[in-house]
Write a protein that binds this ligand. Sequence first.
Ligand code: MG
Length: 192
Amino acid sequence: MLIKYRVCFDCDNVLNDLTAKMLTVYNARNGTDYAPDVFQHYDMERCVPPDAAKDMTLLFTDDEVLGGLEPPPDAYDVLFFLHKEGHEVFIASNTDYRAAERKAVYLLRCFPFLTPERIIFIANKPLLGVDFLIDDDPGNFKNGLFTRILRTQPWNTASEVSFDHRIDRLNEVIPIIMERQKAESARANSLF
Ligand SMILES: [Mg+2]
């Protein structure tokens, strides 16, 4: 018998391109030329002038930004594979309540095999009782009991918060999960 897991993905900048879309809209409206690698830290105010950071934060709930979100090319295949294999796939997002409904609609459109109760809006992700969390904000890993998988983004390359795995592409989660599944299933089966 193979052990099944609860696998939880962050939404923003893991299952969408929120920061890139936000900058596209910001640049168009302000005549600037920011690219996502301007954010070398998760705190935007440390990376761009305070007024720009404030305006950019407001854009995270902007209709044009939210309406243009797109998933990474391999996201559907990765989540569907895990779902099909019998794992419970969740998505946990620390989203402003004003954007929550639109995010949920986006996620259910991208991943139609998931049901609405698999989408969790939560600010304190270490409370989650899941086996894996895939996130781009290392702050969400502090004191979490899950396996911490950091999705590389410019703002976490210098992170000092510890994590278990770093991935550059979403499909790299599959061998990580399967390896643990193989080891733990073999151990569990040897007990019987
Ligand atoms: Mg995120």
